[in-house]
Each structure stands twice: as structure tokens, then as C-alpha cells.
Design a binder for this molecule. Structure first.
Ligand code: SF4
Length: 474
């Protein structure tokens, strides 16, 4: 994505995948990672095992580029267990050293780990480990966990992993591969999704999203629960609770990150997004001729709003899907109009119309302002902007890149000031309560816990010194 647009959007965190006891483990992991590519495009890795040793490959870039056929041949050879990772750098940085899974080889054997999330006490743990002599190879928070596992004096792999993850705080969905077993671990809050499935021939599969289970032909069994470790081995599957569950699923997973065909905690992402549109209409109706969704995640919200309001929904904005990270840097003038390179307007749908434009969120507001200008330039009579996310007022510490507080439009401006800045006729956001309801509605009558910290500033976890300092700095 063009840098200018990228810095004004929420950015995906990571995706993990694992498979146990399947002669096609490497190939299915490749396909699984492809299905999770939307969660991270900076690097990818696959580690495989034949039950005695582990080996693998990691590279910067997209899955299809990272694993040419000659590499896949090496990964397929005799392997039957695998884990994989796609990375977006929310912690650490975009260097090869930070590409996962990390593979560790010690006197006690091999293990590999892949992480989706962000640890909030990684700095403290890292300092304490360094004081005890640990040498770090990367700047990634995940490496802290590898050292904690290696430092553990417990006897079994399961006990070592349990001891390690009991010390870390924050968001983590780990897949861990040892010579003998595959593990899934989710933090006590369950911030990031992790699902368990099974193929027709009985192989267990783990994936950040159910869309990756579908791609490899695995049937969904259940989600890994907050505070749970699942061990998959030749003895079958076993579950252990290492922490008391305090559910706080990231609500942005439903709105923005996950694929619409994924199901998280029994809630369809597709339906949740459409319900957000219905609720957004209830919260802020307005007379208009047409509703336009900003592709991709705004489109389903627009559909929900159209169903509720009866106003026609049109594809008035078309995304140029070939603008990627390798795009030649444009001139300054084009850079200022970067949104034109990414989105095109279907003029006749807009001209002389009162338009409601629906986006998933407003982060810094610069892109939203440019989209409004595109619509006005195309002849829109009125532009009413609707955000499917409530106003983002606080940074995320759990694996999502939301910009610093001072960059967030809603953190420093009133609704009227934002409306003026964006040059719209009206501006409205979904309320936090409506967002929670939109996600929870079909959850068998139970209101499960959701994290809404970036909208409220109330963080579900303990806050550590560096987080507090970051907030103050902002
Ligand atoms: S702070 Fe926001 S983006 Fe981060 S986990 Fe919570 S809801 Fe998700």
C-alpha cells in the first residue's frame, strides 16, 4: 500500500497456522498462510518437522514470493507436522531477523514458535533475561517467550510452555511446534482469534481465522479459549487452563481485520459487519440518495445500512487492487493525491446526489478527507460521512498499529471540528454500545467480553511503565 495511505489506516497484526500428522503438512501450511495473507504482508515463514527434528524457511515479502517451488520441495521432504506465520511488524521492526516462526535448537531439542499479538511486559522481561545472560537475536517481543521456555527448569515441554506463558502479559495467540507435539496457546483475554479444526483424514489444524481452515478442507471444531493451552500429539488432543479467562476479544477483528467469511467466537464476521451498518443507521439517519461503502471493509457496513434505510447502495468507489508495496514512488504532487491512485469514483453514481459514504474507521482523518474531496470533485451535492468504528481516541497495545494519540483525529477534536476538517455535511460514528451489540447479538444471548480500549482508553490488562510513558508522551 502507498505509504501515505498506510500510515492513515489500522494495520493488520499477524496470522498463524499449524497442522499435525499430515503428509501434506508443508503444502497445506502454504495454502493456510495464503488464506491469512490479509493479516500480514511483510514476511512469512514455515517450520516443519518429521517428528525427530525441525527445519524451515523464512523470508520477507508475500507468501507466494517467500516460498518458491525449490523451497517447498525441501519443506515437503518427509515432514508431517508444520507451523507457519505471516507477519506485520507491530513490535520489533520489519527486518528479516524478526520474521517468524522462530526456530530454537538447544541441548534439550528443537522447538519453533509463531505469535499473533503483542506482549505488554516484553521490555521488562527482556531486561531481566539480559541481566541473567540471555542474548537476543531480534527485536521481536516473541523472542522473550523463547528465552523463558529455554530457561524453564520444568521437565516436560508442556510444563515449560505453561511456566513461560504464565509470566507474559498482553495479547498472544501462539502456535508452538516441538519434536513430539503441536501446541496452541491463547492469553487470558483472548484478544486474537485462534481456531481448531480437523481434516477428513483426522489431522488437527490450527489457524488464526476459520477462513484458513476452509481453504485446507478442515472442519471447524472450536475456538481455543482464553487462558487455554491445547496439546496435540500422538496421544490425541488435551486441554489445560493456565490462566483464569477474562474475555476481551478485539472488536476491530470483526470490523476490519478478519475476512468476512471467518467466524470468530461463533459470530460471523460478515453478519457482524452488516449489523454495524444497521446500527449506524439507527444511531445517525440522514436523508440521502445513495450509500457508498469505502472498499473493502466499508462495503459490508454500507450493505447493512442500505437494508435498514431502504436507500440504494452502489459501488461508487472502485479500488485499484494492483497498487502494492512495490509501487513506484510517485511525485510529490501525486503523493498528495495518493488516494486517487488507490480509489476511483464512478462519477454517474455520485453526480448531483446526496451521498452517504461509509468507512470502517477514521484514524488520522487525512485519507477520509481525501475521499470526501474525490466525491465532491465528482459532483456530489452533499456528503455525509459515517464511520463503522466509534471514535478512536487511544493507541492499541495489543498488536494493532493505530498511530500515536496525537495523530488520532478523534483524540484532539470535537465532532464539529472533525466535520469541518473533513469538509462534510454531516459526520457520525457508531457508538461503543452499538458496536458491542452488533458483534454480540447472535451470541446465544450471552454478552461476551470485548476489548474496546482504543475507543474508551480503558485497557483490560495491567499497564506497564513504557505503556504509561507512551500515553503521556502522546
Ligand atoms: S485496543 Fe482496539 S484495536 Fe487494540 S485490541 Fe482493543 S479493540 Fe482491538
Amino acid at each position: 500500500m502507498l505509504k501515505e495511505l498506510e500510515s492513515d489506516s489500522l494495520r493488520e497484526e499477524c496470522g498463524v497456522f499449524g497442522i499435525y500428522n499430515n503428509t501434506d503438512a508443508a503444502t497445506l501450511t502454504y495454502f493456510g498462510l495464503n488464506a491469512l495473507q490479509h493479516r500480514g504482508q511483510e514476511g512469512a515463514g514455515i517450520i516443519v518437522s518429521d517428528g525427530k527434528k525441525l527445519w524451515g524457511h523464512r523470508a520477507l515479502g508475500l507468501v507466494a514470493d517467500a516460498f518458491p517451488e525449490r523451497i517447498m520441495e525441501q519443506l515437503r521432504f518427509n515432514s508431517n507436522n508444520a507451523i507457519g506465520h505471516v507477519r506485520y511488524s507491530t513490535s520489533g521492526g520489519n527486518s528479516f531477523a524478526n520474521v517468524q516462526p522462530f526456530l530454537i535448537h538447544s541441548n534439550e531439542g528443537y522447538f519453533a514458535i509463531a505469535h499473533n499479538g503483542n506482549l505488554v511486559n516484553a521490555q521488562q522481561l527482556r531486561l531481566s533475561l539480559e541481566n541473567k545472560g540471555s542474548i537476543f537475536q531480534s527485536t521481536s517481543d516473541t523472542e522473550v517467550v523463547t528465552h523463558l521456555i529455554r530457561h524453564s527448569k520444568a521437565e516436560t515441554d508442556l510444563e515449560q510452555i505453561t511456566e513461560a506463558v504464565s509470566q507474559v502479559v498482553g495479547a498472544f495467540s501462539f502456535v508452538i511446534l516441538t519434536e513430539k507435539a503441536l501446541y496452541a496457546v491463547v492469553d487470558a483475554y483472548g484478544f486474537r482469534p485462534l481456531s481448531l479444526g480437523q481434516t477428513e483424514n483426522g489431522s488437527y489444524v490450527l489457524a488464526s481465522e476459520t477462513c484458513a481452515l476452509d481453504v485446507v478442507g478442515a472442519n471447524f471444531i472450536r475456538d481455543i479459549k482464553p487462558g487455554e493451552i491445547v496439546e496435540i500429539s500422538s496421544n490425541g488432543i488435551a486441554s489445560y487452563q493456565f490462566a483464569e479467562p477474562k474475555p476481551a476479544k478485539c472488536s476491530m477483528e470483526y470490523l476490519y481485520f478478519a475476512q468476512p467469511n471467518s467466524i470468530i467466537d461463533d459470530v460471523s464476521v460478515y453478519n457482524a459487519r452488516r449489523r454495524m451498518g444497521e446500527k449506524l443507521w439507527d444511531d445517525a439517519p440522514v436523508d440521502a440518495d445513495v450509500i457508498i461503502g469505502v472498499p473493502e471493509s466499508g462495503s459490508l457496513v454500507a450493505m447493512g445500512m442500505g437494508r435498514k434505510s431502504g436507500i440504494p447502495v452502489e459501488r461508487g468507489l472502485i479500488k485499484n487492487r494492483y497498487i502494492g508495496r512495490t509501487f513506484i514512488q510517485p511525485t510529490q504532487e501525486l503523493r498528495d493525491n495518493a488516494v486517487r491512485l488507490k480509489l476511483s469514483v464512478v462519477k454517474h453514481l455520485i453526480q448531483n446526489k446526496r451521498v452517504i459514504v461509509v468507512d470502517d474507521s477514521i484514524v488520522r482523518g487525512t485519507t477520509s478527507k481525501k475521499i470526501v474531496k474525490l466525491l465532491r470533485d465528482a459532483g456530489a451535492k452533499e456528503v455525509h460521512f459515517r464511520s463503522a468504528a466509534p471514535p478512536i481516541i487511544s493507541p492499541c497495545f495489543y498488536g494493532i498499529n493505530t498511530s500515536t494519540k496525537e495523530e488520532l483525529l478523534a483524540a484532539g477534536k470535537t465532532l464539529e471540528e472533525m466535520r469541518e476538517y473533513m469538509n462534510v455535511d454531516s459526520l457520525a460514528f457508531l457508538s461503543v454500545e452499538s458496536m458491542i451489540e452488533a458483534v454480540s447479538r447472535n451470541y446465544e444471548g450471552k454478552l461476551k467480553g470485548q476489548c474496546v480500549a482504543c475507543f474508551t482508553g480503558n485497557y483490560p490488562t495491567e499497564l506497564f511503565d513504557d505503556m504509561l510513558a507512551f500515553q503521556e508522551k502522546c
